[in-house]
Write a protein that binds this ligand. Structure first.
Ligand code: AMP
Length: 401
């Protein structure tokens, strides 16, 4: 992961194009949650302190290649002004004469935010001409701090790197790569992977790859039922991806052959429907017909907690149940606390994916996690062993002597 860092760049007096992830939820003309903006502040402050002239670009939502005021970054410019405590210029198109002129008018430490790059279809098409126009707003310097977009080969993430002299990682990007990279390449052991969520299809490759890297894998959430059913266990009305049963069975066979410890839930909290609050707890083998499993049960919590309590590295992605409903949140919240407790005892913990992140926040333990990954999709692809185009495209770090 030896990529050039923003810290290696000579920024004084230079326009630097910084791709950030300001894909924040909006509430009308206001930013509803500014977490993603705050997370890039260290990178922006470093560039400002070094006298760079900052040209910032991001996508927001899916405007499908057309101008759509619902996805304007103007509210983000307003919030960024407040957070930085300095003026932020705004260009209402990310390319064209106005953007060029505003980028040239920047003084050292000045900040310009460009309008949504996805207003142009060329962004997602990774169009070279468009990439070159974006690069032209800089003095041949590019910084990517948008880890959450690094799995997309888009113009402002990948294409632009061909038209600059140096393409470096921002501080947030570096941090993501440092934590995820260490887990994948050189984890302290035991390494326990905890996976949940609804869709097996999203995580099959992650399961396959982490089986090679981790020492133990714990699977909960709805995805566990596809694995359980593939073993002939009764699952009632629980969510199952029928077309993934063979894949799930294959992975479990492989785990058995290799003596890999892959643990599935042994009991669960059931209801007749997700809206019902009348629940019962049974062992998996005793699952009644017509009921669906919506959370892991107390024995599973204990089993998983025991494994987590021995871990030196923990990677967690996906909730263990339908945790949005309090009746089915216990498993997920218990895992959040267990991961936090183990981190306190010296383990490295990496939590990714919007739901697991909100679970650690709900449990009030977010500040006890070693690293909360900002890019759900990107971190899953990374853990699945795939190369992220937005990382690959960055310049290599100079070899150290
Ligand atoms: P994913 O996007 O695949 O990570 O899935 C997250 C969603 O899975 C959350 O909205 C959870 O409510 C849901 N979920 C987790 N466990 C279950 C379950 N046992 N039954 C139904 N939905 C679940």
């Amino acid at each position: 992961m030896n990529k050039l860092s923003i810290r290696d760049l000579n920024l004084k007096g230079k326009r630097v194009f910084i791709r950030v992830d300001f894909n924040v939820p909006l509430d009308g003309a206001k930013v509803a949650d500014d977490t993603r903006i705050r997370e890039t502040l260290p990178t922006l402050r470093l560039a400002i302190d070094r006298g760079a002239r900052l040209v910032l670009a991001s996508h927001l939502g899916r405007p499908k290649g057309k101008v759509d005021p619902r996805y304007s970054l103007a509210p983000v410019a307003a919030r960024l002004r407040e957070l930085l405590g300095r003026p932020v210029e705004f260009a209402s198109d990310c390319i064209g004469a106005d953007a060029v002129q505003k980028s040239k008018a920047l003084s050292d430490g000045g900040v310009l935010l460009l309008e949504n790059v996805r207003y142009h279809p060329q962004e997602e098409a990774n169009d070279p001409g468009f990439s070159q126009q974006l690069a032209g707003l800089s003095d041949q310097l590019f910084v990517c701090d948008a880890f959450g977009s690094a799995h997309r080969a888009h113009a402002s993430v990948v294409g632009i790197t061909k038209f600059v002299a140096q393409a470096a990682a921002g501080l947030l990007m570096e941090r993501e790569l440092a934590y995820l990279g260490k887990a994948v390449l050189n984890p302290e052991r035991p390494f326990v992977a905890l996976l949940g969520g609804a869709k097996v299809s999203d995580k099959i490759e992650v399961v396959r790859n982490l089986m090679k890297l981790a020492d133990v894998m714990l699977i909960g959430g709805a995805m566990a039922y596809t694995f359980l059913k593939s073993q002939g266990e009764p699952v009632g009305k629980s969510l199952v991806e029928e077309d993934k049963l063979d894949l799930a069975r294959g992975l479990l066979d492989e785990a058995r052959k290799r003596n890999f410890r892959l643990l599935l839930p042994i009991d669960h909290v059931l209801a007749e429907s997700p809206d019902s609050t009348a629940t019962q707890v049974t062992e998996i083998a005793g699952t009644p017909d017509g009921w669906m499993g919506l959370d892991v049960g107390p024995k599973t919590i204990e089993l998983f907690r025991e494994e987590l309590s021995k871990a030196r590295t923990i990677v967690w992605n996906g909730p263990l149940g339908m945790f949005e409903k309090p009746a089915f949140a216990q498993g997920t919240l218990a895992m959040a606390r267990a991961v936090a407790a183990r981190t306190k005892s010296g383990a490295t913990s990496i939590v990714g994916g919007g739901d697991s992140v909100s679970a650690v926040e709900q449990s009030g333990v977010a500040d006890q996690i070693s690293h909360i990954s900002t890019g759900g999709g990107a971190s899953l692809e990374f853990l699945a062993g795939e190369k992220l185009p937005g990382v690959e495209a960055l310049s290599d770090a100079p070899t150290k002597h």
